[in-house]
Design a protein around this ligand. Structure first.
Ligand code: GLN
Ligand code: ZN
Length: 758
């Protein structure tokens, strides 16, 4: 019998009921001791190791647990702590929290380090700050203590660390410009020291993650791989080089030549890599096959996976590991917690814990395919597929199939529409508007909680929200804003709100995934064909518009954003799902127009986030994402004005696609970059209207009239003033009215003074 091993690249750390989050936050508030936080953390680690061991994972990951972020733990381990967070004492837990959050129960406050998304995931890591004089030495013991802890429980472990080349790639040079790669030799030396410590603890394998291999790399970075791994190969523990999130086939000659004992491939993101790397596997190398999707919640098609792997398992027998595609960090923890899911949906799902069971089942399919249990597993796979195909909504599928090119285009080109819209709305030069949400006050959130708990009736809830909406409209009228919004008081979240009203979406109770630190998100599930049950926003838009003669924007979330911020089904393509959502949004857009709403905004803040890791794959994504947006918007007359909004964006390389979306007005986040982001629009001679944000809503500071005038003057030096709008960077839901009112008052004053001077 062949001996395939089950491997794990990491397990979610938050706990099935977010125990870690609650303990962290209590510790930060000073409500529990450090020891109490350590105790919660330890019991989580023990639980997670136990689940993995029970599933048959032989080498348990250590280093996947973190009190904030695993990249930050590594920075602390190697002593890469910014001076401002260091304090006089040695590196400890509070040092980590000061780096991550700017403050901790002990030590001086100092601005937090930067945080950014980990590759194309929604997980955020703390960006290491490195200076030319950076030295490295082991400065923090957490990793070694956790190895000790697991070993004491009788487990064999495989520590997991971000590899040295990816670490430098993700780091940011501090102060003067310098090449982080100049630190490579020193960094590799501290990795050697770490590996030696692990060896002394009896560790046989260490996993080094090098996710940058999925990117196209400049020659100096590929050389860095050669030199770093040459040196590290002399260390005692065997090295498993792990890649994930994409294909590394473009680096195959480099990777196959690296002196490592094992290689992990993400075969969910890029199954085509397998034959390429298998053919080059050297005699004593292990191949870890990432075949269970670590980034989604759907049960795996184990029968198909087993078929695809049977040849390679035969060829390499005991050198094959089967594993999730990447760390399970991006998955919710335990499906067993879900008590309210429809059984038919639940049967289609696997969270992190269930994915471990899938690995055990896959091993069985590979090693004893003729057993009774194997037949049962295959039977379940077939049942699942049948259930899915029966749940299809033929009408939706037909509507998608019968779309034609005109469905994606407005009736006339922008210049013509612009004239019609000017005629209709008669807006002043530099119209003022906001992005949609107004403060979600504790009163509003309390109201929603009482409604969810059925302590107030639907009618009471609606009546109170209407009062909030009315107040929001009155405040905007008093401020003198030109194009109003209703304020989104009724929305908990810009995706969940729509998901709850669309067919084909499901919601979990505990399907949380860590986003950063103690922050978790609970993405909806898109399990079926998506369609609109009925109007979703119409009542609010109509009510708000009934209160004023000024235009009130209808406010919708776009198809690309709804898709990216959900766990989408895998049996049809993402572009088909986006098209289905686009049709549902399109129907809402048309309903809004028919109800007299003349300006409609379709938000796409996650548009850029969906870009594939490799440039060569961008165009395909941009083509379907732009098409989905256009489809959602194009059902309206020329004199209906379509807005879109994007934040977290950098437009240099995508400006042609942004222009192709053909929104009449786009509002973007620009105040932090002091209008630098407008350069792309200037160079491209972007033809439609633009509202570059002049108010940084992420800061509690109130921007002055002068600051906003100067930003708008800068904008007007790049884009003809007739094309410009004046607005904040993003929605105002996280701010208070005490901040928002004076800020918007200044925004209107700034605009009026500009109108006079131009
Ligand atoms: N309309 C949304 C709001 O104002 C947009 C949010 C976003 O861009 N993330 O809250
Ligand atoms: Zn935004």
């Amino acid at each position: 019998m062949q001996s395939v091993k089950i491997a794990s690249l990491g397990f979610p750390r938050i706990g099935r009921k977010r125990e870690l989050k609650f303990a962290q936050e209590k510790y930060w508030r000073g409500e529990i001791s450090r020891q109490a936080l350590f105790d919660v953390a330890k019991s989580l680690r023990i639980q997670h190791w136990q689940w993995q061991a029970e599933a048959g994972v032989e080498l348990l990951p250590v280093g996947d647990f973190a009190y904030y972020d695993q990249v930050l733990t590594l920075s602390a381990t190697i002593g890469a702590i910014p001076d401002r967070h260091r304090g006089s004492e040695q590196v400890d837990l509070d040092t980590l929290f000061r780096v991550a959050r700017g403050r901790a129960p002990t030590g001086e406050e100092a601005p937090a380090a930067e945080m950014t998304k980990y590759f194309n995931t929604n997980y955020h890591y703390i960006v290491p700050e490195l200076s030319p004089a950076q030295t490295f030495s082991i400065a923090y013991e957490q990793l070694f203590e956790e190895v000790e802890e697991a070993v004491a429980l009788g487990y064999k472990v495989k520590p997991v660390l971000l590899g040295p080349v990816s670490y430098l790639y993700l780091a940011k040079a501090q102060g003067e410009e310098f090449d982080c790669l100049s630190l490579l030799d020193n960094l590799v030396a501290v990795y050697q020291a770490i590996l030696a410590r692990f060896a002394a603890q009896g560790v046989e394998w260490v996993q080094l993650d090098e996710p940058i291999l999925a990117l196209a790399l400049e020659p100096q970075w590929t050389q860095a791989f050669e030199s770093a791994y040459q040196t590290l190969s002399h260390s005692k523990p065997k090295l498993l080089l792990a890649s994930y999130y994409g294909s590394i086939a473009h680096h195959q000659p480099l990777v196959s030549a690296l002196p490592v004992a094992g290689l992990h491939l993400d075969l969910v993101a890029a199954p085509e890599q397998l034959p390429l790397f298998a053919a080059q596997l050297s005699q004593d190398q292990v191949l870890s096959l990432g075949v269970i999707n670590g980034r989604n919640v759907w049960a795996a098609q184990l029968d198909d996976i087993a078929d695809n792997l049977s040849a390679v398992v035969k060829d390499f027998a005991d050198r094959i590991w089967i594993a999730p595609s990447c760390s399970l960090l991006h998955c919710p923890v335990d499906l067993d917690c879900e008590q309210q899911l429809a059984p038919s949906l639940r049967d289609q799902l696997a969270f992190a814990k269930q994915k471990l069971t899938e690995l055990a089942q896959l091993k069985l399919l590979l090693t004893s395919p003729d057993s009774e249990s194997a037949k049962q597993i295959i039977g379940t796979c077939i049942e699942r597929r049948n259930a899915r195909s029966q749940a299809a909504n033929k009408q939706v599928q037909q509507r998608v199939a019968s779309l034609c090119p005109q469905d994606y285009e407005r009736q006339h080109a922008f210049a013509y529409r612009q004239a019609a819209q000017q005629q209709r709305f008669k807006l002043p030069l530099l119209p003022t508007t906001t992005i949609g949400s107004f403060p979600q006050t504790p009163a509003i959130r309390g109201l929603r909680n009482r409604w969810r708990l059925a302590e107030i009736t639907q009618a009471q809830y609606t009546a109170q929200l209407k009062a909030v909406t009315q107040d929001t409209i009155e405040r905007q009228l008093k401020l003198g804003i030109d194009v109003l919004v209703h304020g989104e008081a009724e929305r908990n979240d810009m995706v969940e709100y729509f998901g709850e009203q669309l067919q084909g979406f499901g919601f979990t109770q505990f399907g949380w995934v860590q986003s950063y630190g103690s922050r978790c998100v609970k993405p909806p599930l898109i399990y079926g064909d998506v369609s609109r049950k009925g109007p979703m926003t119409l009542e609010w838009a109509e009510y708000a518009q009934s209160l004023t003669d000024k235009p009130v924007k209808g406010m919708l979330t776009g198809p690309v954003t709804i898709l990216h911020w959900s766990f989408a089904r895998e049996d049809i393509s993402r572009d088909t799902i986006a098209t289905q959502i686009a049709l549902a949004i399109r129907d809402e857009v048309v309903d809004l127009q028919e109800a007299g709403i003349g300006i409609i905004q379709i938000d796409e803040p996650a548009f850029r986030e969906g870009l594939p890791l490799k440039r060569s794959d961008w165009q395909h994504y941009l083509d379907w994402a732009v098409a989905a947006f256009k489809l959602s918007a194009a059902g309206v007359r020329d004199d209906t004005q379509i807005h879109t909004h994007m934040c977290y964006s950098e437009f240099n390389e995508t400006i042609a696609a942004i222009a192709a979306m053909d929104a009449d007005v786009i509002t973007i986040e620009t105040s932090r970059s002091r209008m630098e982001l407008l350069n792309a629009f200037e160079d491209f001679e972007y033809p439609n209207e633009i509202g570059p944000g002049v108010y940084d809503i992420h800061s509690p500071n109130i921007p002055s009239v002068e600051q906003m005038v100067s930003l708008m003057e800068k904008a007007a030096s790049k884009v003809p003033v007739q094309q410009l709008w004046v607005n904040p960077d993003c929605g105002l839901k996280t701010r208070t009215w005490e901040e928002v009112e004076p800020a918007l008052k200044n925004l209107v004053t700034a605009t009026k003074s500009l109108r006079r001077s131009l």
